[in-house]
Design a protein around this ligand. Structure first.
Ligand SMILES: C[S@@+](CC[C@H](N)C(=O)[O-])C[C@H]1O[C@@H](n2cnc3c(N)ncnc32)[C@H](O)[C@@H]1O
Length: 236
């Protein structure tokens, strides 16, 4: 396990576990955090301040206590809709990282955020906050659930969607204000349209954009965490 780099004390420190290209990271940076990312795969386009390649759960166990907040978005294939129903037999190909990740986070004693898409995982986590692109005026819907450990925030109210997601669905073409930022199929928008819709401009790799959350979500979480800490300091 690599040594964690010294981190400036002038900024609050965030550990982004399973960081990918850094959709969440970018948002936390915007909120004022210094961000260290950990991913098992090389991430040459990662936008954070420091990157460690390695197992995120091992890193959380070894270094998690050094951070003010830990954000963990473990891969969801074990529990997502793609491995439900007729694809249920494929579920065993993927490790279940949700429970081991939560156990590692709790062992640090530090505040944390667990991020998962809606689906079966939502039954195995407390959904404290659910965010949607429409709350931020984005051209993606991208619902994501968040469990907050050791801190809390008032969840924003879900806004009605302005229309449908553009593209082919079951052989029929739909037009609408949102892009489908996943997969390879036709009608899903150009890379530039995906970049704009998500607010992710530092990579043009479709898979990296498709796996990310919009930076607006990380910024919302980071700003609310800092407001929570300030309120706690005043109350103390
Ligand atoms: C859904 S992506 C995360 C995207 C990120 N939340 C964002 O906003 O850009 C999940 C990432 O977990 C990484 N991963 C999978 N297993 C891992 C492990 N055991 N340790 C660290 N990273 C892992 C994958 O390489 C992938 O980049």
């Amino acid at each position: 396990m690599p040594e964690a780099s010294p981190i400036p004390r002038s900024r609050p420190r965030l550990l982004a576990a399973f960081c990918g290209v850094g959709g969440d990271t970018c948002g936390y940076q915007r909120a004022g955090f210094h961000v260290t990312g950990v991913d098992v795969a090389p991430q040459p386009r990662y936008c954070g301040d420091v990157f460690h390649q390695g197992d995120a759960i091992a890193f959380i166990r070894e270094h998690g206590h050094e951070y003010d907040l830990i954000h963990a978005g473990p891969p969801c294939q074990f529990d997502c809709t793609l491995t439900a129903g007729t694809n249920a037999t494929r579920r065993d190909r993927y490790p279940d990282l949700l429970d081991p990740t939560r156990a590692a986070l709790e062992a640090t004693g530090r505040p944390f955020v667990i991020e998962q898409p809606p689906g079966r995982a939502a039954r195995r986590m407390r959904v404290d906050v659910a965010l949607c692109g429409e709350m931020f005026g984005l051209a993606v819907i991208r619902h994501r659930n968040f469990e907050l450990g050791g801190w809390h925030a008032l969840a924003p109210v879900h806004r009605p969607h302005r229309g449908r997601v553009s593209g082919m669905r079951h052989g029929r073409w739909y037009t609408g204000p949102y892009f489908a930022v996943y997969g390879q199929g036709g009608g899903k928008g150009t890379v530039q349209e995906w970049q704009q819709a998500m607010g992710i401009t530092w990579t043009d790799v479709r898979k990296e954009i498709a796996e990310a959350i919009p930076p607006a979500y990380g910024a919302w979480l980071g700003e609310h965490f800092l407001a929570h800490t300030r309120a706690q300091a005043v109350a103390a």
